[in-house]
Design a protein around this ligand. Structure first.
Ligand SMILES: NC(=O)c1ccc[n+]([C@@H]2O[C@H](COP(=O)([O-])OP(=O)(O)OC[C@H]3O[C@@H](n4cnc5c(N)ncnc54)[C@H](OP(=O)(O)O)[C@@H]3O)[C@@H](O)[C@H]2O)c1
Length: 342
């Protein structure tokens, strides 16, 4: 296996980056690796290999995606073929069943072993709720041992992430699926403050308040599902969900630019100031997502038009992480500005 440098490749140096509080630079477009239960790990790993050959340097991984052991050989081969380790940005995430203090170190070490790396650029707590459930369970499934967000416990997990930084296994640590009240407590109590916060962000879920909060707090927002996750698992779909890539405003801009509406979503996210991690295993799609940041920006008028199509439509609701009978997914998201009590 060798890294075929494609003539269509983008020069990675042309891809803009964001500077984290640690001084590290994260490329503004990364490749997502969650196959949404419809793409096997081998296909995702092959896409990672080709994406690196095409100029991607940022890969968004997680232990729960079940494919880090397949992505590892690809990363090792890329490095052997001449891509410098320090040019790559590799994120991984601690899953919900590994929040216990004793589990954090071994879980990160397992990701490093699978990914065949000495260190991660970024390690995130995937969700702020400890729980455990089988892969692909229905949205009505509940773990009887699931726990609410308890700040004291989250901080115990966070301290372990801080230790990973001290051990040199992880360069930056961050959050995922957090809310403003939870982040306020973390920022108050963390010895090492979060560098990045991963959150669902796309034109129909702009999360302006959270977005502004994290930017002011010096946290780089990483937008997941930036295209509106059209291939998300069926269990995550509800009749009320809206479709970003069918929005007339997005479609109109795509027609002007002669690109797929997905590319408009990518351009919008980066132009607003976030890092985006779109997923695809389709070469022309992931190449056009990377190239999206090199072409002329959207006009101010277009940016305003997109700002006006926010529908507050959360697609990844997290129902299975609820910890009590009678709750709805909104309880996970602290909509009244207060942490939902246990
Ligand atoms: N932290 C978290 O809790 C969390 C949660 C969800 C996701 N994530 C991360 O975010 C990544 C992306 O999110 P996502 O996969 O949910 O959604 P997404 O990136 O919004 O959507 C991915 C889908 O969009 C389509 N697409 C991508 N580029 C396209 C293009 N240029 N033209 C046309 N269609 C295009 C692809 O369809 P086809 O499959 O048909 O090509 C792909 O399946 C994940 O892979 C994962 O790494 C993190």
């Amino acid at each position: 296996m060798s890294l075929n440098l494609s003539k269509e490749a983008v020069d990675p140096k042309q891809v803009p980056s964001k500077t984290l509080r640690t001084g590290a630079k994260i490329p503004v477009v990364g490749l997502g690796t969650f196959g949404s239960d419809c793409y096997p790990g081998e296909e995702v790993a092959a896409a990672v290999k080709d994406a690196i050959a095409l100029g991607y340097r940022h890969i968004d991984c997680a232990s729960i995606y079940g494919n880090e052991h397949l992505i590892g050989p690809v990363l090792r081969e890329a490095i052997k073929s001449g891509v410098k380790r320090e040019e790559l940005w590799i994120t991984s995430k601690l899953w919900n069943d590994k929040h216990a203090e004793k589990d954090v170190g071994p879980s990160c070490e397992k990701s490093l072993k699978d990914l065949q790396l000495d260190y991660l650029d970024l390690y995130l707590i995937h969700w702020p709720f400890p729980n455990s459930h089988a892969k692909g369970v229905s949205v009505s499934s509940r773990d009887k041992n699931a726990k609410a967000y308890i700040h004291e416990n989250y901080m115990k997990t966070w301290r372990q992430l801080e230790k990973l930084v001290e051990r040199g296994l992880v360069k930056n640590i961050g959050t995922s699926n957090m809310t403003i009240p939870k982040l306020k407590l973390l920022l108050r109590d963390a010895k090492i403050k979060p560098s990045c916060g991963e959150m669902e962000l796309h034109p129909h879920l702009q999360q302006a308040e959270l977005y502004d909060f994290v930017v002011k707090a010096g946290i780089i927002p990483i937008g997941y599902s930036p295209i509106g996750s059209p291939k998300r698992p069926e269990r995550d779909k509800t009749p009320a969900d809206t479709v970003d890539i069918e929005d007339p405003v997005i479609v109109k801009i795509a027609e002007r630019l002669k690109v797929h509406p997905a590319v408009v979503c990518v351009k919008w996210g980066v132009q607003r100031g976030e890092v985006v991690i779109p997923f695809s295993v389709n070469r022309s799609k992931y190449l056009s997502n990377l190239k999206a940041v090199l072409s002329a920006p959207l006009t101010n008028e277009e940016m305003k038009e997109i700002a006006d199509i926010d529908k507050n439509c959360r697609l990844i609701k997290g129902q299975v992480f609820l910890w009590k009978e009678g709750q709805t997914w909104e309880d996970l998201w602290d909509l009244d500005g207060k942490i939902t009590p246990p």
